[in-house]
Design a protein around this ligand. Structure first.
Ligand code: NAP
Ligand code: GCO
Length: 263
């Protein structure tokens, strides 16, 4: 048996019209899974469906705000009726606000926590009952290097992603006896719309200082691509990881292991 095969599995990837979610969903589809995804607006769902179709993937898309428990419960119910029970959940949807903490409004802090921590709880809670009944399931939470490290302006994001690491460990602890594995993927610095502001060329055409900083801090000396996350996601979604539980797999090119290149 090919323990990396996802044939016959149904995978929900949240916020997967583009970016990391789209790449992970595409990899799970290539391994045999039926992909369903959501986004905030029909416009983005439609764009995502077109992109999946272009990639030869017959995905199903739903409009759902992952912070809204009623919408999430309705979406999961609809998926179970239209497609089937969700075998694999990837909590990917996320936002970041880069604001110095002493200038950040409490409402802005709460919004990041809501999307990046409360929503993964809401969506995982919605899929757990069917996984428990089936006595099988895979939950993958997209954490971050900021689950381990802080930096200026990302207090809310780091707090959320640090909490998401511990939520991952707690789901693993509470539901392992149902043969449900919950793990995290901690991407390093990945070239997506979320990090585009950190890579913008300067007015004189020189690299963004943060771009140069990340290159110096990464042994691989490059930004990651969403495709770098494909293999790790298939591994954690498949039977190959049935005894891996409560782990955060950092896919960061080695940043967390490296003091950084001397300037
Ligand atoms: P992105 O390009 O900003 O995409 C985020 C996706 O989440 C978008 O499709 C967005 O939909 C969706 N989303 C946001 N809020 C939502 C909500 N309330 N309900 C439903 N969907 C929502 O981000 P990305 O770089 O692909 O990152 C994806 C995940 O990886 C995030 O959790 C991020 O924190 C994490 N991550 C990213 C990096 C990186 O370097 N890029 C590194 C580590 C971890 P809309 O387009 O409609 O807003
Ligand atoms: C930032 C970046 C990071 C990455 C990622 C790193 O502003 O520092 O956006 O937070 O998105 O989370 O793992």
């Amino acid at each position: 048996m090919n323990q990396f095969s996802l044939e016959g599995k149904i995978a929900l990837i949240t916020g997967a019209s583009y970016g990391i979610g789209f790449s992970i969903a595409s990899a799970l589809a290539a391994a045999g899974a039926k992909v369903v995804f959501n986004d905030l607006k029909q416009e983005f769902v439609d764009k995502g469906l077109a992109a999946y179709k272009e990639a030869g993937i017959d995905a199903k898309g739903y409009v759902c705000d992952v912070t809204n428990e009623d919408q999430v419960n309705a979406m999961v119910k609809q998926i179970e009726a239209e497609v089937g029970v969700i075998d694999i959940l990837v909590n990917n949807a996320g936002i970041i606000k880069r604001i110095p903490m002493h200038e950040m409004a409490a409402a802005e802090f709460r919004q990041v926590i809501d999307v990046d921590l409360n929503a993964p709880f809401i969506v995982a809670k919605a899929v757990l009952p069917s996984m428990m009944k089936k006595r099988a399931g895979k939950i993958i939470n997209i954490c971050s290097m900021m689950s381990e490290l802080g930096r200026e302006t990302v207090s809310a994001y780091a707090a959320a992603k640090g909490g998401l690491k511990m939520l991952t460990r707690n789901i693993a602890s509470e539901y392992g006896e149902y043969n449900i594995q919950c793990n995290g993927i901690g991407p390093g610095y990945i070239a997506t719309p979320q990090t585009a502001p950190l890579r913008e060329k300067q007015a004189d055409g020189s690299p963004h200082p943060f771009d140069s900083f990340i290159i110096a801090k990464t042994p691989a000396a490059r930004w990651g691509t969403p495709e770098d996350l494909a293999g790790p996601a298939v591994f954690l979604a498949s039977n190959a990881s049935d005894f891996v539980n409560g782990h955060v797999l950092y896919v960061d090119g080695g940043i967390l292991a490296y003091i950084g290149k001397q300037p």
